[in-house]
Design a protein around this ligand. Structure first.
Ligand code: 9MR
Length: 376
């Protein structure tokens, strides 16, 4: 700044004096220290950068976080991301808890859509058909609490009604849907897991769900979404399922790879996964990215050895490997979506698996990810 400019800035400050200072002093610092750098900008030539948001963020109402924390989380979403997905609010149990047309609870899902549209964020819907978080009545004859199971025809009709109601409501607003979630079996020879969907309808339930979603919104991109695709055996099943869906002429239009990883993940593992998935010739979305850095189970586990700094370093290395692979294959990847905005709200908070800490400050893994955009 030239001396003359400096002088005029100083005069301006004196002129607006107290009011300026009070105004700014009262605003909580909502942005990370280096607020100039945003993931969505750094990767704008590669893919969208998304985040799963919870109800506190979309409604602004404090839930497990203080009002100030929620305000900071909202600011971080707007600053860093250009795509959102609801972490829970479109799951059957929450959006359609009771039978019949009057059994829907659209309020929180509407709030998600409104939040996204008013902040010009791309919207993904999650999820229409899943073995988990689906009320028992869905699988019962007459939607009764107990009694015999529904027939194939009855369950297909219930699935059709649900998909038409949910996808139809947000037609033209939600551009991409996780139509079927986690249908693949873990381990064993079976391709599909034994879920009530598969048991009652049969293996074509997956194709049917895609047909119904396509009827409800012919312009929506319809994803098949699953986890563990870094594992070659699970990936083989995914590829068999998608090939079979294509043979059935089901409108499967994209692959969702959740990518709930652990710190042992490497560039090579993700590179190989993406190389294989690309042979399906469908766009790939990384839908639920996080990297747990604690040891132990998925949700918890003991503290990482070597303390926080060592854990931060390992996490940064793991994320760098992943993003180097994403950048290498960026032409096939539409979006990379993190499963939560920060460590405090993550479903596996103890594993501190995200790029921002519980105060919404960027961790070393954030810097490592940013570096990869420039091919480092
Ligand atoms: O993060 C979600 C958590 O808050 C829910 O309790 C849980 C059950 O609905 O689902 C979590 O999200 C899951 C996602 O919907 C599907 N893939 C695995 C995710 C992590 O469990």
């Amino acid at each position: 700044m030239q001396p003359l400019q400096r002088l005029s800035v100083a005069l301006l400050l004196v002129a607006f004096g107290g009011a300026w200072l009070v105004c700014h002093a009262e605003e909580p610092s909502a942005l990370p220290a280096d607020s100039a750098i945003a993931l969505k900008d750094v990767f704008k030539d590669h893919f969208q950068i998304g985040v799963a948001v919870n109800r506190a963020i979309t409604t602004g109402r404090a839930f497990r976080r203080s009002p100030e924390e929620v305000q900071k989380d909202v600011a971080l979403v707007k600053q860093q991301f250009n795509q959102i997905v609801p972490e829970n609010d479109m799951k059957w149990q929450l959006i359609h808890p009771r039978p019949g047309a009057a059994g829907f609870e659209f309020g929180p899902a509407d709030a998600f859509v409104e939040f996204g549209l008013s902040n010009r964020l791309s919207l993904a819907g999650h999820t229409l058909v899943w073995h988990s978080q689906t009320p028992d009545w869905v699988f019962q004859a007459g939607a009764a609490a107990n009694g015999p199971r529904a027939s194939r025809e009855e369950l297909l009709e219930r699935m059709r009604e649900h998909i038409h109601a949910v996808v139809g409501r947000y037609k033209g607003k939600i551009k991409v849907w996780d139509v079927v979630n986690e249908a693949l079996a873990d381990g064993g020879p079976d391709i599909l897991r034994k879920s009530p969907w598969a048991e009652i309808i049969g293996p074509d339930y997956v194709a049917k769900a895609f047909e119904f979603a396509h009827e409800a919104d012919p312009d929506a991109i319809l994803r098949y979404n699953d986890y563990g695709l870094e594992n070659p055996e699970k990936r083989r099943k995914l590829m068999a399922l998608v090939k079979s869906l294509k043979e059935q002429k089901a409108p499967v239009m994209a692959i969702g790879s959740q990518a709930h990883c652990n710190v042992s993940i490497t560039f090579d593992a993700m590179d190989q996964a993406l190389t294989d998935l690309k042979t399906l010739d469908l766009p790939i979305y990384i839908t639920e990215l996080d990297v747990a850095s604690s040891i132990g189970g998925q949700r918890g586990g003991s503290a990482a050895p070597g303390g926080a700094a060592a854990a931060d370093k390992r996490l940064a290395e793991a994320y760098a490997g992943l993003f180097r692979a994403f950048v290498k294959h960026h032409a096939a990847i539409e979006a990379v979506t993190f499963w939560g905005v920060n460590d405090a709200v993550s479903w596996r908070a103890q594993g501190r698996p995200l790029l921002f800490d519980g105060n919404d400050q960027p961790k070393p893994a954030f810097d490592a990810v940013i570096q990869t955009a420039a091919g480092k």
